[in-house]
Design a protein around this ligand. Sequence first.
Ligand code: NHF
Length: 480
Amino acid sequence: MLISMATFEHLPVRVGGLAEAVTSLGEALSKSEEVMVFMPAHGLLREEEESFSSKPEKYCDFRIMVGDRISPVTVYQVWRKGVRIFLFSSEVMDHPQVYQPRDMFVAKMVHFTKAVPGLINIILKKENIKPDVIHINDWHCVFAGSLVKKYFKIPFIFTIHRLCRERISVHELNEVNLSELVDPRYLEGDMFNIEKFGGHHCDHLTTVSYSYLNEEWRTFFSTFEGKTTYVWNGTDYTFWNPDFLKHAQLPRKERRKLLLEENGLEDGILFFNVGRLDVEQKGIDILLKAFEMIMNGEVPGSERVRKELRLILLGSGDQYLENEARRLERQFPYNMKSIIAYLGRETTREYYGAADFCLIPSNFEPFGLVQLEAMCMGCIPIGSRVGGINDTILDLHDFPEESTGRLVPPRNPASLARAMVEMAQMSLEDQEGQLDRMRRRGREHVIKNFNWDKAAERYIRVYKNMATIKLPFVSYAEPY
Ligand code: NHF
């Protein structure tokens, strides 16, 4: 099967989890199928890119019409781990910021929409091949998928990694002569709802977890119930492997002591959070509040834990949250450290490999990679009972014998604080036997159930029209 995927993020271009997901899926699919990826170049070709296994070479030139302007496009071809990547380069598609500023982003989307069918046309002519499916990742690529389906009769698979509820002005579409896409059913005033349009026009609609599909069932997915399903993402457990730690031979507690020392803190029970400091999705305000509640003695039975509690935040984002984190760090200098930076995958792995617990307080989370990376590294996750977090963590109270972490209600600092105290107490009371078992089970659970080969297998079933779908008369859509 020749699978084509369209995306705005693919490593080395990374804004969020989308890049990891599309890159890993492409690699896994390429073990049995041919895979080509279409992506705007985002200025990538100006740098020497080491993460490709070949040098980018020019594949073709052509021109697209945008309104009454003719815009030249050059497509470069490059290989990365068995995947053939086509990078679209033009004045607009080379803008280095992926989604910003808004005007530039919309222009990029328009150019990409026109350039993808343009390239497929040239591939047909040059190589006499045509993709069997086009897999569209998130709303930015929906229009491209829709045109490819219309012009080449190629099935269009639409995966929602996160619902954005984005709308675009219908005048903008008319101006760039894309009025053939304007479907009056998806007009809200003079704004056009792209995700709904995509849901209607695609052949299969998928999202990345069963819980997220249910959470957004009434608001979105039920409209497309006959073609909707979910496919879990995976994680790269070969990279997230404790054997690669700097001090792999030391006991976990020793590694923790060293890492805390490096961060100017004394040894204690270490909670860790990594990722974007954001209120809307990631719930970092809830985490800061929970920490403050424990430190202010507002959580019953937390006296001993308070002295021992250490919290490290790793990531940057909202200015307000960065300031809050700094304020708490000043207030509780023996207990908290915030590292406002992105330290890279290898260093992040050291933190997972030393921390006792990982906090994932998201308000919603379509899938979420952090809890899986943590479980792979023996760092016990405490996460919100939402989306992919709910699907992947087996809670201590729900499944005492199989548990891999703790689940707490979202948007609830008091519940999170209680769970943190409960887990810290287990650690202090030296129930390490039980915690060690959770750590071991966590890694096994991820390797068995959330690997990319399994995801690829399931997507191939979707591409071939053979995946189970979620319909209201089945209470549970099994993954196979
Ligand atoms: O893991 C990749 C990622 C998800 O939950 C994540 C999200 C965006 O919000 O599928 O996409």
